[in-house]
Design a binder for this molecule. Structure first.
Ligand code: EPZ
Length: 419
């Protein structure tokens, strides 16, 4: 199994183009099923989660061709509506295919995606939304057999008790298959939802309200294939910024909208980083020790994003001063803490609360990736640490970061992947 070798202490300097957003392209690829014909998705990142999604599209009968960051998906003929359990387990966000398959074919057979390193990942809100739109869903021994009971399914008002990103996306896609208007109340407001709305609009769908908590999808509109460019990955951007903050230096990111990261940029500014932003551009300079900042409470957008919690914690652990984190979204998203402690981090965890006391400089150590953002956080910490670190379990990194080590080397980081 390959691993990273990271020599800490080198400042990061330079400019980096941010790849397309994982959490935007996955639902968009599923949405390509909604219209017969060939859609082209641009700025599609080269990630293992994307490859798994393309494999599912092929399995369903689509012709899929990839050339660089451009993916062509011909969904003219779908030959099946089942997604095998193994593929569901490989990538739990495949549950997003439920809404798209119900809209296009009126049936779908998936499996419970199951939990992951972040804890249980229930899909009750997804299933309730789809049932409200006429789907009958039989759950037995972990499988989900779904079919549309109505010939011309009517739209409905759907109320989400939690602004779930995935449930909002599934409801939007299923609503595209209804004959009348669906209103999603309590919708997630993440920028990736807006990107999905824009993609659906480019297919001819009449969707509005994304970015707010009420989304409306007019039904009965025939959809056509499209060409669409995916937004930049704000979580990859947050990761590179935290790497620059931890290692010190001056990092410029292009291809990401700073307005999608305001909560993270505010924290980095409070910690002492100098931040400048422009159209699809974020620049950050940091040459001293990061300061402790007021409590960081993860929340649905536009609150502080849970996906940036680990990487910010890793940067602050090597600074000075104290910062309290409260992880309100997932039940166990502190898997990276034990690994950071191996580097000398002083972090006390009690349930959802983690208090980080900066120790001035972390020490290199032998590290294991725990989950996608936790593994990235360990790279952030190692780049700012004294001495050499190694990181194994790189499969977590490959799920969400394109050319991670190469990009960090481009910024001057001493990181290489060894077999
Ligand atoms: C999306 O996951 C992202 N994944 C996650 O990013 C992100 O952390 C999360 O949204 C929150 O922003 C993708 O977009 C592929 P949720 P999702 O449904 O949709 C509870 C990463 O690092 N919930 O918004 O699965 C759930 O348990 C990944 O890139 C229910 O109770 O997240 C959680 O506590 C990690 N019932 C909360 O809602 C449901 O039916 C938010 O989850 C659905 C969710």
């Amino acid at each position: 199994m390959s691993y990273y070798e990271i020599q800490g202490g080198r400042p990061l300097e330079g400019r980096l183009e941010i790849h397309g957003a994982k959490n935007s392209v996955l639902p968009i690829l599923a949405a390509a099923l909604l219209a017969p014909g060939e859609s082209v998705i641009e700025n599609c990142p080269d990630l293992s989660d994307v490859s798994a999604t393309l494999d599912i599209l092929r399995l369903l009968g689509c012709r899929v061709e990839r050339e660089g960051d451009r993916v062509a998906i011909d969904a003219s003929v779908l030959s099946r509506c089942q997604i095998p359990e193994q593929l569901m387990r490989e990538m739990r966000s495949s549950v997003i295919f439920l809404g798209a398959l119900l809209a296009r074919l009126g049936e779908a057979e998936l499996f419970y995606p199951g939990g992951c390193e972040l804890g249980p990942r229930p899909i009750d809100l997804h299933l309730a939304a789809l049932r409200a739109l006429g789907a009958e869903i039989l759950e037995e021994q972990g499988s989900l057999c779904c079919h549309q009971t109505q010939t011309n399914p009517a739209g409905r008002e759907i109320c989400l008790s939690i602004p779930s990103v995935g449930a909002t996306e599934n409801a939007m896609l299923a609503a595209c298959g209804c004959e009348s208007t669906t209103t999603i109340v309590g919708a997630a407001r993440e920028p990736e939802i807006v990107d999905l709305q824009n993609f659906l609009r480019s297919m001819g769908a009449r969707v509005s309200g994304a970015g707010g908590s009420v989304i409306t999808v007019e039904g009965g509109v025939p959809l056509h294939p499209t060409r669409y460019r995916v937004m930049g990955d704000r979580m990859a951007a947050a990761t590179y910024l935290c790497a620059g903050a931890a290692a010190r230096g001056a990092v410029e990111l292009v291809g990401v909208d700073p307005d999608t990261l305001t909560a993270v940029l505010a924290c980095l500014s409070q910690a002492g980083c100098e931040i400048h932003t422009g159209e699809n551009f974020i620049a950050m300079e940091q040459w001293g020790l990061l300061r402790g900042i007021p409590p960081v409470r993860t929340a649905p957008y536009p609150g502080f994003p849970t996906d940036a919690q680990a990487v910010l914690m890793a940067a602050l652990a090597g600074g000075e001063g104290s910062t309290m984190f409260v992880e309100n979204i997932f039940d166990s998203r502190y898997g990276h803490v034990d690994e950071l402690r191996r580097m000398g981090a002083d972090i006390q965890v009690d349930g959802r609360v983690a208090v980080v006391q900066g120790v001035g400089r972390l020490r290199g150590a032998t590290l294991r990736g725990t989950d996608l953002r936790g593994a990235a956080a360990l790279v952030v910490a190692a780049l700012g640490a004294e001495g050499m670190s190694t990181l194994s379990q790189l499969r977590h990194i490959r799920r969400g970061y394109e050319n991670f080590a190469r990009n960090l080397r481009q910024l001057g980081g001493e990181i290489r992947e060894l077999p």
